[in-house]
Design a protein around this ligand. Structure first.
Ligand code: SF4
Ligand code: SF4
Length: 67
């Protein structure tokens, strides 16, 4: 699991419609919906697979290079 550069899913919270699709498709259970308002990614759990970004109907998830 140790990689030099890890991709991390980042949500544009302001445009998230809290549909829950990303939480359903994430194989790591890394995403939760905060108070029914927007998606939050747990950076410690995200493996950067990109599934959430691909499935988000609002296209508000990007993969960024993390630490
Ligand atoms: S799939 Fe997209 S719009 Fe839906 S909760 Fe996740 S980030 Fe928000
Ligand atoms: S990139 Fe993959 S592991 Fe990370 S939050 Fe999205 S679906 Fe989950």
């Amino acid at each position: 699991m140790c990689r030099k550069k890890k991709h991390l899913a980042v949500v544009q919270k302001a445009d998230c419609v809290a549909c829950g699709t990303c939480t359903d498709v994430c194989p790591r259970g890394a995403i939760t919906i905060w108070r029914g308002s927007f998606a939050v990614v747990d950076a410690a759990l995200c493996v950067g697979c990109g599934r959430c970004a691909k499935e988000c109907p609002a296209s508000v998830i990007q993969l960024e290079v993390g630490a």
